[in-house]
Design a protein around this ligand. Sequence first.
Ligand SMILES: [Zn+2]
Ligand SMILES: [Zn+2]
Length: 177
Amino acid sequence: MSGSDFQVSLRDLKRTQGAHKSFRVEGTYAVVAAAGLAVLPAGRLVVAEGTLEAVGDGVLVTAIAQAEVDAQCSRCLTPFVTPAEVAVQELFVYDDRVDEFDDEDVLPIVGDQIDLADAIRDAILLDQPLIPLCREDCRGLCPRCGADLNTTPDHQHAGVVDDNPLARALADARRRG
Ligand SMILES: [Zn+2]
Ligand SMILES: [Zn+2]
């Protein structure tokens, strides 16, 4: 086992179908993980709480994981922190039953521990929006000079429409709807 902070002991969970116990893990990751514009930095606290249930060939983990994720607004590029609260569900299969599964994705139970590090991290990052926004109505950046239109809502360029054929065409198109 890799010795992550997210290992859960199965010692007092019977293999009898339906046996269950609750658990709580918390800790950090040693390496940064990212998906698109969402980043779970190294050292950021992650907490997960849930239940382990014996289900014949293995143990079903059902949990809620919480962490704060670093994101970047896809419109104005401002970095922001967003709280994530995601469902984690993962099936771990007893070492002596793994052969019965052809699926390479099956996670084996080695010894009497399971490691939820990957499951928790993946669930958090997969839950992040592909197009993060700092706020629902973010106005983004001025396409001409890059000024942040949230902080300078009255921002405009004098004569743009008259000077620039492309801008004029766009303005005409907008007027026509
Ligand atoms: Zn924004
Ligand atoms: Zn501008």
